[in-house]
Design a protein around this ligand. Sequence first.
Ligand SMILES: Cc1cc2nc3c(=O)[nH]c(=O)nc-3n(C[C@H](O)[C@H](O)[C@H](O)COP(=O)(O)OP(=O)(O)OC[C@H]3O[C@@H](n4cnc5c(N)ncnc54)[C@H](O)[C@@H]3O)c2cc1C
Length: 393
Amino acid sequence: MSWEPLSDDQLEIRELVRTLARERIAPRAAEIDASHEFPWDVVQLYRDHEIFGLFFDEAHGGTGTGTLLSLIAIEEVSKVCATSGLILAVQELGSLGLKVAGTDEQKERYLPKLATGEWLAAYALTEAGSGSDSAAMRTTAGREGDEYVLDGSKRFITNASVASLYTVFAKTDPEAGHSGISAFVLESDTPGFEVARVEPKMGIAGSTTGELVFEGARIPATNRLGEEGEGFRIAMQILDRSRPGVAAQGLGIAQGATDYALEYARTRETMGKPIAEHQLIAGKLADMETRCEAARGLLYRFGRMVDEGADDVELTKASAMAKLFCTDTAMDVTTEAVQILGGYGYISEYPVERMMRDAKITQIYEGTNEIQRLVIAREMLKESRAFLLDGVA
Ligand SMILES: Cc1cc2nc3c(=O)[nH]c(=O)nc-3n(C[C@H](O)[C@H](O)[C@H](O)COP(=O)(O)OP(=O)(O)OC[C@H]3O[C@@H](n4cnc5c(N)ncnc54)[C@H](O)[C@@H]3O)c2cc1C
C-alpha cells in the first residue's frame, strides 16, 4: 500500500519545484540573505515555470491543482530559502481576498495577472498600534460618491514596494468596532499611496517588510471586497486559509535544517567516530525528524480538507494547529541543528544559522503562536465532548 497522498501528476509538479529549488534557488539563498535584496530573479524563475499558477484555478489562469500541492511547493522552496518560499505564500495571502470575497468582475480583472506573477500581491491588516488586536485599526475609508478615500497607515507589510496589488483593511465606520471594517484592493500606482519605509530585520532578509501610508488615497468603490462592514470577517477568513502557507514555510525550514544537520553529523568526527553515532546527537536527529513528520501530517491534512471542500468553520482549528505546530517545530528544530553543528552552526558560512533566524518570524506573523493557541482553545470550547465522560466517576 502506498502512503503517498499525491497523484502521479502532482508528484511530477513536486519534482519540478524540488528541482528548481535545489538547482536554481539554493545556490542563491546565502546571497539573498546577505544582500537584503528582493530576489526578482526568483520571481522570474517562478513566472517562467508557471509556479504562481499553482495557487489559482484554471478559470483564472492557474493550474487548478489544489491547496495541498500549493503548500508542498512552499515547503519545497523553503527547505532551501525561506525568503523565496515566502514569495509564494504571500502571493496567496494577497490574492485570497479576491478569491473569497471578490465579484466575478474583480476576479477577472486581477486574478489572471496574479496567477502569472506579472503582478505580486500583499495583504495589509497590521498597523503600528494594532497587530494581534487588528480590530483596533485606525486607517479610515470614507465614501465620496463612487470612490473611497483612504487615510492612515499600515506597518510590517510583506511585499511593500514590490507588490502591484494590496488587499487593504480600513474603517468605513470608525465607531462600529469589528463591524466597521471594510476590505479593498488598491493598485500600487494610486495617488496618495506610498511606501514610507522598508524595515531592516533579523531574518527572511530578501523579503520587503514596509510601512504603507495613505493620504487621501482614492480608490474606486468597485474595488471594495464584499459589503461595507464585512472586512473583519473577510480578513479572518483569509487568515484561516493563508496561515498554512506560513506553516509550510516553517516545515520547509525545519526539514531543510534537519537534512543539513544529518549530513553534517554523518561526517563530523569526535572521539573517533561520526557525531551521529554519539547517542545524544542521534537522539536530537530522531526528535527533529519525528517533529517534522508530525508537522507534515497536520499541514497535509489541512490541504486535503480544502481540496475535499471542507466548510470554513472546520478550517479554523485545523489551520491554527498546522501553523502553531509547524512553526514551533521550525524554531525548535533549527535551534537543535545549530547545536549539532557546534561552533560552525553559529557561523554565517553554514546555512543553519540563517535557517534559525528565518524560523523565528514564522512564530510571529499571520497571527502569533499565542494567538493560534487562543484560537484552538476557543474552537475546542465550542465542541461538546461530555459524552466521552459518561460513566467516568
Ligand atoms: C517580517 C514581518 C512581516 C509581516 N507581514 C505582514 C503582512 O504582510 N501583513 C500584515 O498585515 N501584517 C504583517 N506582519 C505583522 C504581524 O502579523 C504582527 O506583527 C503580529 O500579528 C503581531 O502583532 P504585533 O507585532 O502588533 O504584536 P502585539 O499584538 O503587540 O503582541 C505582542 C505580544 O503579545 C502577545 N499577545 C497579544 N495579544 C495577546 C493575547 N490576547 N493573549 C496572549 N498573548 C497576546 C503576542 O503573541 C506577542 O507575543 C508582519 C510582521 C513582521 C515582523
